[in-house]
Design a protein around this ligand. Structure first.
Ligand SMILES: [Zn+2]
Ligand SMILES: [Zn+2]
Length: 378
């Protein structure tokens, strides 16, 4: 029987590593927990390594090195490079190169985790199997001038092994001998590494598949407040793709974005500076443009596909939709001028204009169900 898997495309080193950590995390870790239970030491150790390595990826690899969304002093760079290595997601230089390719070529061939090749490919398949063509690597020249980044690039496997496996095991041994050392290796070492890896992978898979697109539907990236809960706030991925240099991913005060809170706190104590933010006017312009596209699409469906009899049923809604679309066009032009001339609007005006988008959204939701069925079935 002919196998569908082409073995010459398998990336053996990465695949063996990822599969081994998955097997250990899903078998040895639960067996250890069932047999020995969990104490405060193991929980604290897990949380320390989970937060340190997780934040080193989101705050360090992603928002600092890939997007330059703020400036950091050397202690912040060093910490995130050391614990980023312990997350075992390659060196910062390689990670950033892949990630910048992802943003530049999103949903196309040179996007390493192109969602159009399927959920599995975007999640982990791109690491298990070699991509047929070389991805551009000339997109990280700025980082090649940073001696700390280059030091980590050279030694990341050694640094990762020392800080990701040996250190927790050693701390476990100091605390309670051989059994605690084994627990620390399994829980704060391998299990934590597996958890942080798949947490990052979910951004590339889940957040390009499920969720809302309030800022732009030009690419597949979506906002998911659910994924934000265990990715240190990286779930607001539609906003992130539209405003990739913003140090925030969750921009509303109720958004769960611990990476943003940490950057803000580090700014307060002088360890980071120059945090970049998209203006409120630009963000509102994107939301307005997206809502207008949604309404115009619905109008087009009505006009092109509906028969005379169904159009009669839809007539009232259609007139109202056209009315909203017209108002939004005028508002869009007005806001576009505001952004062009870099005028700052008052909070009152911004919330008044945002209210208009909310009302349009509510109207779309309350369109009578039969009419919605006509629209979606058309
Ligand atoms: Zn990004
Ligand atoms: Zn993405």
């Amino acid at each position: 029987m002919k196998s569908n898997i082409s073995f010459d495309k398998i990336n053996w080193t990465t695949s063996s590593f990822l599969i081994a950590s998955a097997i250990i995390s899903l078998t040895a870790v639960p067996v250890y927990l069932w047999h020995f239970g969990l104490d405060w030491f193991q929980v604290t150790l897990f949380l320390f390594f989970f937060i340190s390595t997780g934040l080193s990826i989101t705050l360090g690899y992603h928002r600092l090195f890939a997007h330059l969304s703020f400036k950091a002093t050397w202690p912040v760079k060093l910490y995130t490079l050391i614990f980023g290595a312990a997350a075992f997601q390659e060196s910062a230089l390689e990670w950033v190169s892949d990630h910048r390719n992802h943003h530049k070529h999103v949903d196309h061939d040179y996007d390493p985790y192109n969602i159009n090749k399927g959920f599995f490919h975007a999640h982990v398949g791109w690491l298990l199997f070699r991509i047929q063509y070389e991805l551009p690597t000339n997109n990280v020249d700025d980082l090649k001038n940073d001696p700390l980044v280059m030091w980590q690039h050279r030694w990341w496997l050694l640094i990762g092994t020392v800080f990701g496996y040996i250190l927790p095991t050693f701390l476990g041994y100091l605390y309670g001998g051989g059994q605690a050392a084994l627990g620390a290796f399994l829980i704060a070492g391998v299990g934590r590494e597996f958890f942080v890896q798949h947490m990052t992978f979910l951004i590339n898979s889940f957040c390009h598949y499920f969720g809302n697109r309030p800022y732009s539907s030009k690419c597949s990236a979506r906002d998911s407040s659910f994924i934000a809960l265990f990715t240190f706030g990286e779930g607001y991925h539609n906003f992130h793709h539209e405003f990739q240099q913003d140090y925030r991913n969750g921009i509303k005060y109720w958004h769960f974005d611990p990476t943003k809170w940490t950057i803000w706190f580090l700014g307060k104590i002088g360890l980071v500076s120059n945090m970049r933010r998209a203006s409120r006017e630009k963000i509102l312009l994107a939301e307005l443009g997206e809502m207008k596209n949604i309404i115009d699409n619905k109008i087009e469906i009505c006009q092109v596909h509906l028969t005379d009899s169904t159009r009669q049923i839809m007539q009232q809604s259609l007139v109202y939709l056209q009315d909203i679309s017209l108002k939004m066009s005028l508002r869009y032009k007005e806001l576009h001028n505001v952004v062009e001339q870099r005028i700052e609007l008052s909070r009152e005006t911004l919330s008044e204009w945002r209210q208009e988008i909310k009302e349009a959204k509510v109207y779309l939701k309350t369109l009578p169900q039969t009419e919605m069925n006509l629209l979606t079935s058309a």
